[in-house]
Design a protein around this ligand. Sequence first.
Ligand SMILES: NC(=O)c1ccc[n+]([C@@H]2O[C@H](COP(=O)([O-])OP(=O)(O)OC[C@H]3O[C@@H](n4cnc5c(N)ncnc54)[C@H](O)[C@@H]3O)[C@@H](O)[C@H]2O)c1
Length: 600
Amino acid sequence: MGGSGLQGARERRIRSGGVELRVAELGEPSRPTVVLVHGYPDSKEVWSEVASRLSGRFHVVLYDVRGHGRSTAPSPLRGGFTLEKLTDDFLAVADAVSPGRPVHLVGHDWGSVQGWEFATSARAEGRIASFSSVSGPSLDHFGHWIRRRTRRPTPRAVGQLLSQGAKSWYVYLLHTPVLPELAWRGPLGRRWPGVLERLEGVPAGSYPTASLPQDAAHGAWLYRDNVRARLRRPRPDAHAHAPVQLITPAGDAFLSERLYDDLDRWVPRLTRRTLAAGHWAPRTRPDLLARWIGDFAEAHEPGGPGGSGGERDAGREPAAPPRGAYGRRFGGQLVLVTGAASGIGRATALAFAAAGARVVAVDRDADGAVRTADEARAAGAAGAWAETADVSDEQAMEKLAERVTSEHGVVDVLVNNAGIGLAGSFLDTSPEEWRRVLDVNLWGVVHGCRLFGRRMVERGQGGHIVNTASAAAFLPSRTLPAYSTSKAAVLMLSECLRAEFAGRGIGVSAICPGIVNTGITSTTRFAGADEEEQRRRQRKSAQWYGRRNYPPEKVAEAVLDAVLRDRAVVPVTPEAHGARLLSRLAPKALRGLARLRPPL
Ligand SMILES: NC(=O)c1ccc[n+]([C@@H]2O[C@H](COP(=O)([O-])OP(=O)(O)OC[C@H]3O[C@@H](n4cnc5c(N)ncnc54)[C@H](O)[C@@H]3O)[C@@H](O)[C@H]2O)c1
């Protein structure tokens, strides 16, 4: 069974409709109960990583679905796996482990398909406080989804049907007699952990395999007993009686996100979240999944902030979950932004906050970082903290990484944004000035990527790194040799890292803004100029940037979009786009422009 066991779990057996269900419990029974239901072809151990993370806060209950793991199988198998019988099983477990108190239900894959049945069937009304669904639709909703598209076959509808149809190839196979059983007892069963490791990044040693061929063979009846019948005749009244958190892995090879387009009409209290993961998220993203499940359950405890039937505690009222793609993708994620006290970094921290992320605002300007953290909380962050650090200081960055990891966990999105400007010809630029600009602009990014990137890799649950480069990275000029060199290095570092982290689900993006109206003009140094001349040029460039007046909020928007769509290089302003295009199509023209004397 590899390293996937449920250590310290209490076991019990519960009888339901002629089968014996094996149930495992973790955590204090007086706490709110979370019931985790596994999918196909798994057993309850698939939830072990999530269960152990939840057990400090909840009474966690898992059971082997009939015919799976160590639960016995119905006899005969045919007709023994209907959703009605599976509902009997769930109610028997819920009554035994949490008598008289509704449970928080969580399902993955077929466990989620079952969960939808429980959350929409009148028999289970009042027994479910909340339902978190991961990668498994309601067969009724799916049936209606197909009907609507076949009745009005617009090109878009047909496209969606074909796309989901192609993803469902295995469902057709599972309806065939005997073939799946033979395949799972033979080569497929032996190779399955390797397949999951290759396709999904599930570490082979950690995937539970003890009962795999049997689970897969019996589980085929889940499909045969239910899918065709329900898709043909979906229930007309399959409305959810419990609040639902829909967690959709963005890289799910088996389910299209489009399936959930119509869900609002079935679920009056719906929270949507998107996870950067494949289908087996309970094994590859246990940290984030456990946090989302735990937060949703806590918010919907009867008598709690979002629960029904109790006094509402205004102080604990959770912020309405942010809507839209950013809210779904970044809600609850841990995002660290450097240079967050001002300009682009501040705007980026606030944009992630508005999407419901947990934000760590880092800057060498301690007061500014605190201000941004305060604003982030007001903007809707699920948590916001200020940290003071100079990104060019390796030891300070090491301490920062240790502190952040131990207090808040591994960072999901890192934005290496802190940077300083330096203008002046090459011959006017002193070695000291070179060192300073490279220390902050390049080494700051190197430290961030090394320290936080390594932790992302070790956690093995993906992530994203954004590095703020500049349009100067592809624009040679006689006026910004040191700054442009530092930014070209950041751009190349980002490209190299993107290649190295590609197989680990960690994206890397380089943002190349252009001219953006921030405080950078007041801190930019002009090499070779005396103090008076410094101030004159700073004033001039501030006026110039002010007239251009491109707001940092638009750069922040580009940052969130870059992470969402995993974009490699992102020019932001029109001049940045133009410069990027010219650097590819007409580098000679750029070289000509580089010789011009600056207007300042
Ligand atoms: N403003 C632009 O036109 C423009 C264009 C392209 C790229 N950029 C880049 O965008 C990034 C952000 O710049 P901005 O325009 O928002 O400038 P800004 O001066 O408004 O903000 C930069 C922030 O970084 C912080 N910082 C500077 N050095 C630091 C260090 N060593 N350690 C920790 N924090 C430090 C500053 O205190 C400040 O809060 C920089 O990397 C800059 O090079 C800016």
